[in-house]
Every structure is written in structure tokens, then in C-alpha cells.
Write a protein that binds this ligand. Sequence first.
Ligand SMILES: Nc1ncnc2c1ncn2[C@@H]1O[C@H](COP(=O)(O)OP(=O)(O)OP(=O)(O)O)[C@@H](O)[C@H]1O
Ligand SMILES: [Mg+2]
Length: 258
Amino acid sequence: MVQKDAYEALEHKIMALRENSRTGDERKTLDEVFDRDTILGIYKLMTDGYIDTIQYPVSTGKEGNVFAAADAEGKLYALKVYRTSNATFNRIAKYIEGDKRFKGLSGSRRKIIYAWASKEFRNLQRLEDVGVKVPSPIRYYRNMLVMQYIGSKAGPAPLLRQVTLDDPEEVYSTLIEYMRLAYQEAKLVHADLSEYNILYYRKRPVIIDVGQAVLTDHVNAKDFLLRDIENVNRFFRGLEVSILSRDEALRTITEASK
Ligand SMILES: Nc1ncnc2c1ncn2[C@@H]1O[C@H](COP(=O)(O)OP(=O)(O)OP(=O)(O)O)[C@@H](O)[C@H]1O
Ligand SMILES: [Mg+2]
């Protein structure tokens, strides 16, 4: 049972975050994200000791918002909060339906969105287990995911598209290797891989936004993989890296080496 005072204190803090937001758009987003259930969920993450404070918004995306949060020692985490709106639901439903891990899942919009947060959590776990650099998953609860914060106190790590790479060849081959490990060892295809979903941290790529990643036996897995390869190839071609052809990349990623 939630203690009324503590809950109100949290609601207050979130109101303060809202007041501190610079733009009208930011305020609107916070209103959309922090419905009552979500505030209660954050309250639960706080009383369970995963986070202590929400520090600042990092990003406003199509389906969710990412915040920098800190635990009682001041260590930062990324808190991703999925919106429970219809628009989010419509976009994610097809990825959940084709996933045997969620067979039999039906019910309310909210339940499906909660399943989505757990799907991103599990995908992060599977990828980390096989050695793909992703934010370490810490905890999911309802429409929220707590994970390792990639960045420093000064701010989150930049996206790949925002940086000048010292050694683009090296980053390219690391990404091909990550796609191979994901496919062969974790049995996953990212399905939205591009320079927009890769952070650049300590001179290495970190893969993020893995909610939509599908198992390799998903009916569309091959098409998603080809699209991922083409996105990565397009980006590195622009940096004049000598890239693998689409078919070479596909073979490297999907076929066991002899
Ligand atoms: N673990 C993390 N550490 C630091 N920053 C992060 C982390 N996860 C996400 N971000 C930041 O938040 C942004 C949005 O995250 P993500 O791509 O997972 O969400 P999304 O809702 O799919 O957003 P979009 O629609 O913009 O892709 C990222 O582009 C990145 O800048
Ligand atoms: Mg993204």
C-alpha cells in the first residue's frame, strides 16, 4: 500500500520537473508520460531502491521518454518510460504478436505495453549475455525500464550520427560482429538498427532501443536484418569505409564460420 505522503512528495517532485522544463513541448510531454499509474510505478521503483530521484529528461521519442535518474548514492541510470497511448500500442502490437515468447498474450492496451517493456528488458539481457555492448538492464516494472546510463555526469553519450569517428573501419567491423553475435548466439535481429540507435561511448558503439528486436525465426526476421545491414552500410559508405556487400554481410552475420 502506497503511503499517501510519500506519493504526494513524489508527485510534487514531478511537478517541479515539469515547471523546470524549458519549452511548452517538454511540459506537454511530461504531462503525457506521467499519468497516475506511471507516477505510482516510479514510486515503486523508488521504494524498492532502484532509483531515488529523476534528474532530467534525456530524450522524447516516438513511443517513450528517457530520463536520467539517480540512486541514493548519486549513481546515474537511464529510465525509459513508454507512453501508454493508442499510437504506441498500434505501432508495437505487430512485433509482440509475431513473437512466440508472448504467445497467448492478450488483453488491455496497458498490458501489451507492459509486455513491451519486459521485451526490451529481455532483449537487452540476451544481447549482453552474448557480448554485444548494450546498456545493462537493471529492472523493468509496468511501462518502465531501468538500465545502465551510457554517458557521464556531463550528459548522455552522443549518437553515432553526431560524432566524428577516429577509426570508422573499426566501428564498422565491431557492428558487423555485434550483428553476428546477436543473430547466431542471441538469436535476435535488432530490426531498427541505424546511426540513430547506436550511442558512441568511450570510442565504442553501444546498441540501444532493442524493444522491437525479434527472434531469428520471426517471419520477417530476414527482411529486418537486410534493412539493418543496409542502414549500417549506408552510414559507413558515407564515411568512405570499404564496406561488405549486402550479401557478404548477410553471410558473415548468419552463417557459421568454418
Ligand atoms: N541507456 C541510455 N543511456 C543514455 N542515453 C540513452 C540510453 N537509452 C536511450 N538514451 C537516449 O535516449 C534516446 C531515446 O532512446 P530510445 O531510442 O531507446 O527510445 P525511443 O523511444 O525508441 O526513441 P526514438 O523514437 O527517438 O528512437 C536515445 O537516442 C539516446 O539519446
Ligand atoms: Mg531510438
